[in-house]
Design a protein around this ligand. Structure first.
Ligand SMILES: Nc1ncnc2c1ncn2[C@@H]1O[C@H](COP(=O)(O)OP(=O)(O)OP(=O)(O)O)[C@@H](O)[C@H]1O
Ligand SMILES: [Mg+2]
Length: 247
């Protein structure tokens, strides 16, 4: 279980001589339960990606704690095999000099145990994300957006983590590909009994895949609702998003 307790994060404001800091996250506390898909939605600049980075240990909070089963996520050992990530920018997520096979092997190489076990499983990983073995030798520039994002998802699931943080992972794909990827994520979730933290602008995608949705505004949690109650959400931003979808 992931537990976030009273997390604050600020960044230094631009300008060489200013000491002013911009508060990006304020007193963020929540728990993520094993196997759940928790959505994080909020306007641009509300702190979603910053929160994602903190959960992944890429970045550190100023105050507060982020714990995975009681251990700090900042420690690489804690994250390894437990948390992985898929980002929006799938093309730069894959090393352009790597073939798909090499890209998929990369996280497995960090995992001593996995190295041998998975040598022969690249085909299976590809198959699970809807690609055949002819993709093994392709480079990132030879893939469509949807295919590249499938490779990133295959890489994220390869170490069989308990939780994947997806930051706008489907936002730059076209509509029908988005639905395919959402379906894929749903299936993988059951197959590997893992969960997601699904960061998005898209309330419809959140409603489709999430069990609970957190609404973030100016670095504060406005509310956390079960997906069945999403239509009764109170915060003006979420209501606005909902109205755009309904009309
Ligand atoms: N490394 C950084 N240094 C300074 N300021 C930053 C940094 N990263 C983010 N910020 C600022 O923090 C605020 C929150 O950014 P963040 O990327 O978390 O928002 P977001 O909710 O993910 O937005 P979007 O929906 O546009 O992706 C923004 O005002 C941004 O300019
Ligand atoms: Mg962002």
């Amino acid at each position: 279980m992931l537990s976030v307790k009273h997390v604050n994060k600020s960044y230094k404001k631009g300008g060489l001589f200013t000491r002013e800091r911009q508060q990006v996250l304020s007193n963020i506390s929540f728990d993520w339960q094993q196997g759940e898909c928790l959505g994080i939605i909020g306007e641009s600049g509300s702190g979603k990606s910053t929160l994602g980075q903190l959960l992944l240990g890429i970045n550190e909070p100023d105050q507060g704690r982020i714990l995975w089963d009681g251990k700090r996520v900042k420690d690489r050992k804690t994250r390894l095999g437990n948390i992985s990530a898929v980002f929006q920018d799938y093309t730069s997520s894959i090393n352009p000099f790597y073939t798909v096979e090499q890209a998929l092997m990369e996280p497995l190489m960090l995992h001593k145990k996995m190295r041998q076990a998975h040598q022969g499983n690249i085909d299976q990983l590809l198959h699970q994300v809807g690609l055949d073995s002819s993709y093994r030798q392709k480079y990132a520039h030879e893939l469509s957006g949807g295919e590249a994002q499938r490779v990133c998802i295959a890489r994220a699931v390869s170490t069989e983590p308990r939780c994947i943080v997806l930051d706008e992972a489907i936002s730059s794909l076209d509509g029908s590909v988005q639905i395919q990827i959402l379906e894929l994520l749903k299936n993988l979730k059951t197959m590997y009994s893992m969960g997601y933290i699904f960061i998005t602008h898209d309330i419809r995608a959140a409603a489709y895949i999430c069990d609970r949705v957190m609404i973030l505004r100016n670095g504060h949690i406005v509310e956390i609702v079960n997906v069945e109650q999403l239509k009764d959400v109170q915060s003006p931003y979420a209501r606005h998003l909902l109205q755009m979808v309904i009309t």
